[in-house]
Design a protein around this ligand. Structure first.
Ligand code: K1U
Ligand code: ZN
Length: 169
């Protein structure tokens, strides 16, 4: 297993639209297990392949308190959306910032597992928010795209400054 490097906003690679997964082989299983290790270590409740510079339609998540309910969604598609809710979101690619985002309250999703088998899940609350947040990553979209240009620009400048300081250290 390996820890993967997480890209940080405003890295342009985070804007890549991911491609469908078509091959369900050992390399995919290794990527899934490396993504779980990276997500748990961060720590986070979700991680999209885009964030680790792999542009495939794949996400991992575990919103349980005990960190014992890992889920992998490959080629996820939202079948149904219901209601709206606002929740504070963070992002491992935008470290240190939390913003309120409005999303669907309940969703029904169709996806494939690591063997390529199709399944459907219904999600609400934090799980629904997390799936929508991670699926945005697969479209090259970040939660900061839902806030004002002014706020997003401030975050971008602060993270760019932080990166320069880290490079000098
Ligand atoms: O996509 C990501 O960057 C992961 C992100 C997922 C997410 C969080 C909150 C709302 C929507 C989506 C995170 O995991 S940020 C870290 C975080 O929320 C957290 C970390 C440790 C414990 C509990 C939460
Ligand atoms: Zn994120």
């Amino acid at each position: 297993m390996a820890l993967l490097n997480i890209l940080h906003f405003p890295d342009p690679r985070l804007r890549t639209i991911a491609e469908a997964v078509t091959i369900f082989d050992e390399d995919l299983k290794t990527l899934v297990s490396d993504m779980f290790e990276t997500m748990y270590e961060a720590p986070g409740i979700g991680l999209a392949a885009t964030q680790v510079d792999v542009h495939k339609r794949l996400l991992v998540m575990d919103v349980s308190e005990e960190k014992n309910n890992p889920k992998v969604l490959i080629n996820p598609e939202i079948l149904e959306k219901e209601g709206e809710e606002e929740m504070d979101e963070g992002c491992l690619s935008v470290p240190g910032y939390y913003e309120t985002v409005r999303r669907a309250e309940k969703i029904r999703v169709r996806a494939q597992d690591a063997h390529g088998d199709f399944f459907e899940i219904s999600a609400d609350g934090l799980e629904a928010v997390c799936i929508q947040h991670e699926m945005d990553h697969l479209e090259g979209k970040l939660f900061v795209d839902y806030i004002s240009n002014l706020k997003r620009d401030r975050i971008r400048k602060k993270l760019e400054k932080l990166k320069k300081q880290e490079q000098r250290a």
